[in-house]
Structure formats: structure tokens, C-alpha cells
Design a protein around this ligand. Structure first.
Ligand code: ATP
Length: 285
């Protein structure tokens, strides 16, 4: 196969809990990660050797600092440098938004090169390559919805009885994930998610149960620095969201709605107030 086009879906965190700091410096997480229909387009083409990244975005690097570039390098390392790749990234996921845009591109490259070069790497081998690139990459390779523990690598897949209808608001600035986690260190965590309740709600298709248990312990840290995140949540709730929450370390806020019609209506109402507003559904890869 000479060429392959893959969709690389964004993720949101339906819950995010931090259980403490590990001896290796990483945080012990418990988070429900959920892929959505907002996706980058990644086009791969074979080259005899070398890695080349091209993108339509001015916001991401095209050298070895691009996570997709690093994913290809790690992949070729594992298979014994039997080739190269051109990677074209059509960026649709906002950058530095808490939506794992870089990680999903990296995951798409690992899965895509495995297919294109007919390597038949097992999923576990691809997960291992992914873990070397970033904490969110194994989830992006696994896909769907999972309860993730540890650094995010211990994953329990969750079956979804029905897709979620969502609105996403990206307010137009980035936050540093590292600084947000550092900011959490000096705080007492007052509200934690109910991961079990959210998991059960998703598996039974009970939206109220899902929304009741949703929380993100990083939210108060990012909101202190960027109060507009609280305004977006309030606006979403005012236009019919059952729940609105920040994803990851932010700043993107997502709202969960009872129907796709309700999500589209809200999108129309708030579209002009923020840099980027999308509707999305749960990813059905
Ligand atoms: P996460 O949710 O995993 O914390 P994020 O969505 O907040 O990630 P990304 O969009 O992945 O953030 O971007 C974070 C940084 O990674 C940016 O500074 C960006 O320049 C860099 N980066 C490297 N490669 C990519 C890529 N392929 N797509 C997006 N960002 C990339």
C-alpha cells in the first residue's frame, strides 16, 4: 500500500481525578476518556526513507517536535528502519486545547504505518510505542471510551449504550498542562468525580447518571487563571446542557445535551461568542 488516509479523533475527559503523585513524578490518574467525532485528517504516503511532516496549521511544528513525526520515528525504530513516510496533517482539532490533538495524530501514524507497511504489530506492541511518546497516546490507539488509571496506560474499555450529543467551545487560548498540574499541588480537592457511576450510566444509557458523576479536579485551577471558562459553562447550562465541564487541563469546555437537535440549537446561539464552537457525537470508529 502506497497511501492511506486516516481520521484521528479528539478526546474529552468525562471525568478526571488525581489520586496523588507517584515516585516517578507523574500523577496517579483516574479518568474516563471518550473519543468524539471531531477529528484531524492524517494522510500517510510511503517514502524510501526519512520522515516528512506537512500541515495546514501554522500552530504546530513540522520537525521532530511534532508528535506524529516522533511516532513515525519510534515505529521505524521498532520495525528495523525499513522505510519512511510523508505525513500530511489537516488540523481540525484546536491546538493546546485539552483535546489530545497531538496524541491522536501520533496514534493515527502508528496504526496507519502498521497497516501501510503490513507489519502486523499486535495492539500491545503499538500501545508500547505510543506510551514512549506521551501519556494520552495509548488511549488514542485503544480508542472508544475507557476508564484509565495510572499514567493513563491501565485501561478498562467501557461499552456505550448510546452516543452522547455534545457541544465544544474552544475559547481561543492555550494552557500549559504542566502548570495546571503544578497548580493543583497547593489545593485541597473538594469535588471528585464518581467514576463508577459515570461508567454505569454510559453502559446503561442513563444520561442523568452520567452527568451526576462528572467532575474534573483540574477545573478550579484553570478557572482561577481563566474565569471565562466558568462563564462558558454557565452559558452552556443556560442554553440547555445537562452538564458542562472542562476537558483535561483545559481550556476547552464541553456540554452534554439530551439530543443532537438541542446541541445544534445551543451551537447556533453561542457560536458568535467564542473563537471555535463545534457540535460532536461520540466517536463510532
Ligand atoms: P492533551 O489534551 O493531551 O494535554 P492538548 O490537546 O492540550 O493535549 P495538543 O493539541 O496535543 O494539546 O498540543 C500540545 C502541544 O503539542 C502544542 O504546543 C503543539 O505545538 C505540540 N504538538 C506537537 N505535535 C502536534 C500535533 N501533531 N498536533 C498538535 N499539537 C502538536
Amino acid at each position: 500500500m502506497q497511501e492511506l488516509v486516516i481520521l484521528a479523533p479528539a478526546k474529552i475527559n468525562l471525568t478526571l481525578d488525581v489520586k496523588g503523585k507517584r515516585p516517578d513524578g507523574y500523577h496517579e490518574l483516574e479518568t474516563i476518556m471518550h473519543q468524539i467525532s471531531l477529528a484531524d485528517v492524517v494522510r500517510l504516503r510511503r517514502r524510501p526513507k526519512g520522515i516528512k511532516v506537512v500541515t495546514d496549521s501554522s500552530l504546530i511544528p513540522v520537525d521532530e517536535n511534532n508528535l506524529a513525526w516522533r511516532a513515525a520515528a519510534e515505529f521505524f525504530d521498532v520495525i528495523g528502519n525499513r522505510g519512511g513516510a510523508s505525513i500530511y496533517i489537516e488540523k481540525r482539532i484546536p491546538v493546546g486545547a485539552g483535546l489530545a490533538g497531538g496524541s491522536t495524530d501520533a496514534a493515527a501514524v502508528i496504526k496507519g504505518l502498521n497497516t501501510m507497511y503490513e507489519c502486523n504489530l499486535e495492539k500491545n506492541e503499538m500501545l508500547e510505542i505510543g506510551a514512549r511518546i506521551g501519556s494520552d497516546v495509548p488511549f488514542c490507539i485503544q480508542g472508544g471510551t475507557v476508564l484509565a488509571r495510572g499514567r493513563g496506560e491501565q485501561m478498562t474499555p467501557l461499552h456505550l449504550a448510546r452516543p452522547l450529543s455534545l457541544v465544544l467551545v474552544y475559547p481561543g487560548f492555550s494552557v500549559s498542562t504542566r502548570e495546571v498540574y503544578q497548580g493543583l499541588a497547593d489545593r485541597e480537592i473538594l469535588v471528585r468525580p464518581d467514576n463508577r457511576g459515570v461508567g454505569e450510566g454510559l453502559e446503561r444509557g442513563q444520561l442523568e447518571l452520567v452527568c451526576r458523576g462528572m467532575a474534573n479536579v483540574l477545573e478550579t485551577v484553570t478557572i482561577d487563571w481563566h474565569p471565562e471558562i466558568a462563564d462558558i459553562k454557565q452559558r452552556m447550562m443556560g442554553t440547555g446542557a445537562v452538564k458542562a465541564l472542562m476537558s483535561g487541563s483545559g481550556p476547552t469546555v464541553f456540554g452534554v445535551f439530551r439530543s443532537q437537535e438541542a446541541a445544534v440549537q445551543t451551537c447556533d446561539i453561542i457560536r458568535n461568542h467564542y473563537q471555535e464552537v463545534f457540535t460532536a457525537l461520540s466517536w463510532r470508529g
